[in-house]
Design a protein around this ligand. Structure first.
Ligand code: ADP
Length: 598
C-alpha cells in the first residue's frame, strides 16, 4: 500500500466532515500567522528602546512603550489561546468522529461475512481484534497527521521562512539550507527507530497476556511448584523489553542532540550575519532578535517531522491488514431469493463433499434423508462430521459438490435470512449474553412481550426457578447454572419457534442431575418439529425415530434404532460401548437389590 492509495482510502472517511476540516485548517492558518507576531513585537521593542536610549528620553516615554507592547502581547496571547483551543477541540472532534465511523463500518462489514472468515486461522480469537484495533488507531492517527498536524507545521515554517526572505535574502537562505538537512536527519531518525513502537507494543502485549495466563493457570503453577519457572519467563520478557527500550532511547537522544546542535549552528550563523548587517548600517539592532525568533519558528515544527514520518509508516503497515478485513467483499455471505410460504422440513443431502477452508476434508459423498416432523439422531465418534452436517444445513458453509435440499428446493436458492429464521440451534454450551434473563430469552424474538417470554420459559420448564430468584426475570443470566442456562437457550428457541431444530450435544456439558432436569424441556421443544440431534446420551438416541451413523465423514448406516442394532455393525459397536460405559449391569443389580430389600 502506498501513501497515495492510503490517502484516498481515508479521504472517504474524512469527506462527511469536510467543513470541520476546513474550519480547523482556517484556524490553523490564523494560528500560524499569529505565531509570528512575537518576532515583530520584539524587533519593534528593541529598536524603540535603543532609540529612546540614544535620544536620552525620560523613563515616562519608555513606560508608554511598555504599556502598548504589553497590551499587544497579552491580547495576542488571548486570541492565540482561543484559536488553539478551537484548533485542538475541532481537530480532536474530527479524529473521534472518524474513528467512530471506521469502527462502526468495520463491525457492520464483518457481521455480513461468512463463517469461514471467523474460523480461518489468520482471524482466530485475538488476532482479528488486534488487526481491527491496530488498524483503527493507526488510521485515526493518520487522519490527525494528514489533516490536522502536518499543515500547521508546514504553514508555520513556510510563513516564517517567507518573512525571513522578505527581511533579508541571505538570512532567508541560511534557514532554507537548514531545512533539507533537517529533513534528511529526521528521515534517518525515523528509519533507525522504525519498528521501535511496534516492538514495544508487542512486548507489552506479550507481557500482559503472560500475566493473564499466569492468573488463569495459577492452580497448575502452584501444584507443580513452577513459580520460579514462571518468574524466570517473565524476567526474560522484561529484560528484552528493557534493553530494547534503552537502546531506542539512546538512539533517539543522539538524534535529538544532533538536531539541537544543527539548530544552534543555524542560530549562530544568523546572529553573525545579522550583526554584520546591523554594523554596516543596513539593519536596525532589533533585527537580531527578530531573525532568531523567526528561525526558531522555521525549525521548531520541522523538529517533529520524524514522529509524523514514523506514524505514517506505521499506518501503512497496519492499515494494509485492516483494509483486508474491511474490503473482503469475497467473504460476504451469499443468499438466494427463494422464500416459501411455509417450511415443512424434509431435508436431503445427495453426494455431498465438503472441505473446511483450512483443507480438512470433513464429508465424503454424504447422502441422507431427514424426514419432516421427526427426530433424527446423528451418531458417530468425535470428529466423524456430525457438526459439519449441521453447519452446512445452516448455510454456514457451502458444500464443495453435491446438493442439499429442503422440501425439494436447493438450499442455495433459499433466502439465507429466511432459512435461519426458520431453523433453531442449541449447542453444547449456549451463548448467554451479558444481560438479564429476560433480555436473553428475548433474543429469540425481540418483538415478543413479557407474557410471551414467561410462556416460553414455562415451556422450557425454567419459569418457576426464575420466579424464585429475588430479581426474577431481571436477574443476570450469567449467574445461572449450566443446566439453567441451557434451559434459557431452549426458552429462547421456543420464542423463536422455528419448524426445524438442530441440537448439537445439548447436554454434553451438564452433569447427570442437570441433564435429567432439562430432559423435559428438550422433549417439549422437539414436539411437532423436524429435529436433528447429535448426542452421546443413549436415552436421547433411543428416542430418535431415525438414526444416521457417520464414520470419518461418510454415512455408514441409516435406519431405526432397532434396525441398526440388528445390523451388528458400526451402530451396534457404538451403542454397546455407550451402554457398557454406563455400567448397566451394576446399575441394574443395585436397583434390583434395593427393590428386593423392600
Ligand atoms: P463431530 O461433530 O462428529 O465431532 P465435526 O463435524 O466437528 O465432527 O468435525 C469433522 C472434521 O472436521 C474433524 O476432523 C474436525 O477436526 C474438522 N473440523 C471441524 N471444524 C473445523 C473448522 N472450523 N475448520 C477446520 N476443520 C474443522
Amino acid at each position: 500500500m502506498n501513501l497515495w492509495v492510503l490517502y484516498k482510502k481515508i479521504l472517504v472517511f474524512v469527506k462527511p466532515y469536510r467543513y470541520l476540516v476546513l474550519g480547523t485548517l482556517l484556524l490553523t492558518l490564523i494560528g500560524s500567522l499569529m505565531a509570528q507576531v512575537n518576532a515583530y513585537v520584539l524587533r519593534y521593542t528593541v529598536d524603540e528602546v535603543s532609540r529612546l536610549l540614544d535620544e536620552h528620553k525620560s523613563l515616562q516615554e519608555g513606560a508608554t512603550l511598555l504599556l502598548a507592547i504589553s497590551a499587544i502581547l497579552l491580547s495576542k496571547e488571548l486570541i492565540y489561546a482561543l484559536i488553539q483551543f478551537g484548533q485542538k477541540f475541532y481537530g480532536t472532534k474530527l479524529r473521534i468522529l472518524i474513528s467512530q465511523d471506521i469502527s462502526q463500518q468495520v463491525v457492520d462489514k464483518i457481521l455480513t461475512y461468512k463463517m469461514a472468515f471467523y474460523t480461518s486461522s489468520e482471524n482466530e480469537s485475538g488476532k482479528l481484534q488486534t488487526r481491527i484495533d491496530m488498524g483503527i488507531s493507526s488510521l485515526t492517527r493518520l487522519v490527525q497527521n494528514f489533516f490536522i498536524d502536518i499543515l500547521p507545521l508546514f504553514a508555520n515554517s513556510i510563513m516564517a521562512l517567507v518573512l525571513m526572505f522578505s527581511a533579508n535574502f541571505y538570512v532567508g537562505m541560511v534557514s532554507l539550507c537548514i531545512i533539507p538537512i533537517y529533513f534528511y536527519i529526521s528521515q534517518l531518525q525515523a528509519k533507525k527507530l522504525s519498528g521501535f513502537r511496534r516492538n514495544m507494543r508487542s512486548y507489552r502485549e506479550t507481557k500482559n497476556s503472560g500475566i493473564i495466563g499466569l492468573i488463569e493457570s495459577i492452580t497448575v503453577i502452584k501444584s507443580f511448584v513452577r513459580e520460579p519457572l514462571e518468574a524466570q519467563k517473565h524476567k526474560e520478557i522484561q529484560d528484552e523489553m528493557t534493553s530494547n527500550q534503552m537502546s531506542t532511547r539512546k538512539l533517539s537522544f543522539v538524534f535529538e542532540s544532533i538536531k539541537g546542535f544543527l539548530e544552534q549552528i543555524g542560530v549562530v550563523v544568523i546572529i553573525i550575519l545579522t550583526t554584520y548587517f546591523v554594523l554596516n548600517g543596513s539593519m536596525s539592532i532589533g533585527a537580531i532578535m527578530f531573525h532568531i525568533m523567526l528561525f526558531n519558528n522555521v525549525s521548531a515544527p520541522i523538529r517533529q517531522l520524524h514522529r509524523i514520518y514514523d506514524e505514517v509508516n506505521d499506518a501503512m503497515i497496519y492499515s494494509e491488514s485492516f483494509f483486508e478485513v474491511l474490503d473482503a467483499e469475497h467473504q460476504t455471505e451469499s443468499s438466494g431469493t427463494y422464500v416459501p410460504e411455509k417450511i415443512k422440513g424434509t431435508i436431503t443431502m445427495q453426494h455431498v463433499d465438503f472441505r473446511y477452508p483450512d483443507g480438512t476434508k470433513a464429508l465424503h459423498d454424504v447422502s441422507l434423508v431427514v424426514p419432516h416432523g421427526k427426530i433424527t439422531a446423528l451418531v458417530g465418534l468425535s470428529g466423524a462430521g456430525k457438526s459439519t452436517i449441521i453447519n452446512l444445513l445452516d448455510k454456514f458453509y457451502q458444500p464443495a459438490s453435491g446438493t442439499i435440499t429442503l422440501d425439494g428446493i436447493d438450499l442455495q436458492e433459499f433466502d439465507t435470512e429466511f432459512l435461519r429464521k426458520n431453523t433453531g440451534l442449541v449447542l453444547q454450551k449456549n451463548h448467554i449474553f451479558k444481560g438479564t434473563i429476560a433480555e436473553n430469552i428475548l433474543y429469540g424474538n425481540p418483538q415478543a412481550t413479557m407474557e410471551d417470554v414467561a410462556e416460553a420459559a414455562k415451556k422450557a420448564y425454567i419459569h418457576e426457578q426464575i420466579m424464585e430468584l429475588p430479581k426474577g426475570y431481571d436477574a443476570q443470566a450469567s449467574l445461572l447454572s449450566g443446566g439453567q442456562q441451557q434451559r434459557i437457550a431452549i426458552a429462547r428457541l421456543f420464542l423463536k419457534n422455528p419448524p426445524i431444530i438442530f441440537l448439537d450435544e445439548p447436554t454434553a456439558s451438564l452433569d447427570a442431575i442437570a441433564t435429567e432436569q432439562i430432559k423435559r424441556s428438550l422433549d417439549a421443544i422437539k414436539k411437532d418439529r423436524t429435529v436433528i440431534i447429535i448426542s452421546h446420551s443413549i436415552s436421547q438416541i433411543i428416542d430418535a425415530e431415525n438414526v444416521i451413523v457417520l464414520e470419518r465423514g461418510r454415512v455408514v448406516e441409516q435406519g431405526t434404532h432397532e434396525e441398526l442394532y440388528h445390523n451388528k455393525s458400526v451402530y451396534f459397536d457404538i451403542f454397546n460401548a455407550m451402554a457398557s460405559s454406563l455400567n448397566i449391569d451394576k446399575i441394574a443389580k443395585t436397583v434390583a437389590d434395593e427393590t428386593a430389600e423392600h
